[in-house]
Design a protein around this ligand. Structure first.
Ligand SMILES: NC(=O)c1ccc[n+]([C@@H]2O[C@H](COP(=O)([O-])OP(=O)(O)OC[C@H]3O[C@@H](n4cnc5c(N)ncnc54)[C@H](OP(=O)(O)O)[C@@H]3O)[C@@H](O)[C@H]2O)c1
Length: 284
């Protein structure tokens, strides 16, 4: 049975900027209680105030965590559990593009850590809460950039041969392999998992990361437009039974062959579990 949106609690990562901010705002406008996960307290406070001004009476709470470390992700999961005893929708949106090789404190490559490992670990840590709240949904923001990606199992962190674009594309392909394996593992629980490409959207990530695209700025779509497919997957009754899919412009789309490789999805899951300090067989 479709839940009323006013009864739903959603968690949006990267909610202070770009597509995540627009997603949080639209879900709040429709009446959901929105937990806004932001890296920086001051930026998060500013974004929440702006959302409240846009949507008077919105039900929002700010959670602060840096998702580049396992400790940050665990802190966000713990804060979520403190704030709510139900989670109807998790939107894994936070993402980053880093042109130069940037290791995290734990020695992982930043795009791999933030774009892939963080949603992997966060979703697993919130799994019981999602299942308890079923029907529930996990929405993961990937990209058409995944089509240029490959999972370099021999050099996952790009330590040997780094290219910002290759690492970004790999992380977005990893989002789709994660989504595929997640949907399989959620089978029979009432929790669905779907991923999406938001469009080519004028945000910090695109405009500071992909330099030539600055020239295309007048042709880019707005963050509000970029949030539409995320919001659709989060709440539309039309997709309540669909899972394991990749959406572009509200429609299921065929991802690259590499994104449909079940063996790679399982292998990446095992490696990601080890890197996150999780039992690889947990939730199998
Ligand atoms: N823009 C596009 O054309 C496009 C296309 C395809 C896919 N995407 C995907 O869309 C998603 C949203 O990106 P966007 O375009 O909206 O970019 P954005 O405006 O730069 O927003 C990215 C969000 O992620 C957060 N974030 C980055 N690193 C973080 C960390 N270590 N810990 C916690 N939060 C962190 C940022 O927080 P701060 O403000 O603190 O940095 C910000 O809130 C990403 O997953 C991206 O890959 C975007």
């Amino acid at each position: 049975m479709t839940k009323l949106i006013g009864e739903q609690t959603v968690l949006v990562t990267g909610a202070n900027a770009g597509i995540g901010r627009a997603t949080a705002t639209e879900l709040a406008r429709r009446g959901a209680r929105v937990l806004m996960a932001c890296r920086d307290g001051a930026r998060g406070t500013e974004a929440r105030a702006a959302l409240m001004a846009d949507v008077p009476g919105a039900r929002t709470e700010l959670l602060v965590a840096d998702l580049s470390s396992g400790a940050g992700v665990r802190s966000l999961a713990a804060q979520t559990l403190q704030h709510t005893d139900r989670l109807d929708v998790l939107v894994n949106n936070a993402g980053v593009f880093t042109r130069k090789y940037t290791p995290t404190a734990a020695g992982l490559e930043t795009q791999f850590a933030v774009n892939h490992l963080a949603p992997f670990l966060l979703t697993n840590l919130l799994r019981d809460l999602l299942v308890k709240s079923a029907p529930a949904r996990v929405v993961t923001v990937s990209s058409e950039a995944h089509k240029r990606g490959q999972i370099r199992f021999d050099d996952l962190q790009g330590a040997q041969n780094y290219s910002g674009m290759k690492a970004y594309s790999q992380s977005k392909l990893a989002n789709l392999l994660f989504n595929r394996e997640l949907a399989r593992r959620f089978g029979g629980t009432g929790v669905t998992a779907n991923a999406l490409h938001p469009g080519v959207i004028a945000t910090q990530l695109l405009l500071t990361g992909f330099a030539p695209i600055r020239l295309l700025r007048p042709f880019l779509k707005t963050p509000d437009a970029g949030a539409r497919t995320s919001v659709f997957l989060a709440v539309a009754p039309a997709v309540e039974r669909l899972t394991g899919l990749y959406f572009v412009d509200f429609e299921p789309a065929r991802p690259s062959q590499a994104a449909r490789d079940d063996g790679a999805a399982r292998r990446l899951w095992r490696i990601s579990a080890e890197l996150s300090g999780m039992n690889p067989e947990e939730n199998s």
